[in-house]
Design a binder for this molecule. Structure first.
Ligand code: FES
Length: 324
């Protein structure tokens, strides 16, 4: 015990430590003069710890990829999906502030072992992959990319500097729980053009069930932040940014009534916003659940369209099914 407290957001506690699994590197401190992740590094007797990093310190983060992708994520426009060719290159970052029992990207999310990269090195790798696979879209997903704000903002700035052409689409897929207005603004300023936000549900109880967050006040704050970020992108950047919202579906975590309420809430913000519904398959601590059948996903799609949404895409075991 050294008497320092952890928080999840900037300004909370002495150290911001949003993942606590060694993947995001947000919690770096100087321990005996060396940068160490405070969430996973044992404290030794007489260790000298400083929470301020030197001026100009370059943030780092564990990434997986880049890999080419033929489907993309929440903020990939539906009309590009399932054309049978690569449409994006993507990286996935380690570390997440949520603890979803059915995490769909387990090996990346909980990777605290691989060597981290600077934003510049990550952007260079993604740019090389863009040219290798002949695509214009470059995505970052996770884990949760928004955990380390300096890293993510610098990553988009570096990626934009390496890809200044107007065809380049810089795509962020986030759970939205940390995307304050000023953070969204900073990311767009740095070059982000396509933003995916996944609020998980409408009601805090559902959010807690899906994300494994047990602190109700924190769950409410995360849920509200994700919805507010959605509203903000629509109200302030509709002409500049492609917004895609995500909704996980499995009947054991969210019912059709809440699916309908989700649709109504999003339609009240903008009925034309793309909504991608992900069919949650068994994974991690929820190997007991069954992947929804395509017919069930089509029912979800009809419910959402009945709630007023015009661009609903459902992921199914037989591929993505878009509007129309
Ligand atoms: S909070 Fe320590 S590495 Fe993410």
């Amino acid at each position: 015990m050294v008497g320092l407290s952890f928080g999840v957001s900037p300004g909370e506690g002495d150290i911001q430590a949003p993942c606590c699994t060694g993947g995001c590197y947000t919690c770096l401190v100087l321990a005996d003069g060396r940068p160490e992740r405070s969430c996973v590094s044992p404290v030794r007797e007489t260790m000298a710890i400083r929470t301020e990093l030197p001026d100009g310190f370059t943030p780092v983060r564990v990434i997986h990829g880049p890999q080419p992708h033929s489907v993309g994520g929440n903020a990939t426009p539906w009309w590009l999906k399932a054309r049978g060719r690569y449409i994006e290159v993507a990286i996935w970052v380690a570390g997440c502030n949520l603890r979803c029992p059915q995490c769909q990207n387990l090996t990346t999310t909980y990777d605290g072992r691989n060597a981290p990269l600077s934003p510049r090195r990550a952007a260079e790798r993604v740019t090389r992959a863009r040219h290798r696979y002949g695509v214009d879209r470059m995505a970052i997903s996770g884990g949760e990319p928004a955990l380390d704000r300096p890293w993510l903002v610098q990553y988009f700035s570096e990626l934009r500097a390496l890809n200044p052409d107007p065809d380049a689409r810089l795509h962020l897929d986030s759970n939205g729980t940390l995307l304050s207005r000023d953070y969204v603004h900073e990311l767009i300023d740095a070059g982000a053009t396509d933003i995916g936000i996944e609020p998980k549900g409408v009601y805090p109880e559902t959010f807690m069930c899906i994300t494994g967050i047990e602190d109700e006040a924190l769950a409410r704050r995360y849920l509200e932040t994700a919805w507010r970020a959605t509203e903000y992108v629509v109200s302030s950047y509709k002409d500049r940014v492609f917004l895609g919202v995500g909704l996980p579906y499995n009947k054991v975590v969210i019912g059709l009534e809440e699916v309908r309420d989700f649709g109504r809430k999003l339609a009240s913000i903008d009925p034309g916003t793309q909504l991608s519904v992900l069919d949650y398959f068994p994974s991690f601590r929820r190997r007991d659940i069954e992947r929804p059948q395509p017919g069930e996903m089509l029912t979800v799609k009809r419910v959402l369209e009945g709630a007023g949404l015009k661009a609903v895409v459902v992921q199914t075991a037989i591929g993505h099914i878009g509007p129309g």
